[in-house]
Design a protein around this ligand. Sequence first.
Ligand code: CA
Length: 184
Amino acid sequence: MKTKKLILSVVLLMVIGMGIGYASDKDAFEISVTPLVTYAVQISTPANGLSFSNVDLNTAYVNASSATVTNAGNASADWTVKITALNNWTLGTALTDNGSDKAVLAARFNTTATITGNYTDNDVLTAAEKDANATNFAGDQNGNNVVKNAEKLLWIYVKTPTDTTYDTAQKFRVEVKANTASKF
Ligand SMILES: [Ca+2]
């Protein structure tokens, strides 16, 4: 009888011991670090912006000058691009989508001058922001993970309307926006 009691006590001790060991095995706490990141883009163009003068109707052109887009923030960024028509002409959403009073504008990041044949529907500028990823606006450069101070050249394509009821200059504004580099 005495031997049996002793064995029971030993077993109980072991269980208690294991319980204590489990509770103190691990614990954790979280560390949160929030960087102060500023996103900025600086765009430089020839003196009066990019202009196409004396263009014919229903014809595609690429500007001989580019806009230089610089990541002026303090961290890498993903760029998005959109366009706004400022006057009377509207904008088509594919290269073949020009019409009466409707032009098509496109843009492409490239280290050297582009030709009209380089452009695809992915390069067409729209009123809705588009990611400047490896597909859109992408020549041998693009707007993905642009490191700070990096400069990219943005070339502009225009296909003029098939007909027009205006003979005054038609203006468009292209906007490049810097977003967090994990956007795409
Ligand atoms: Ca990215």
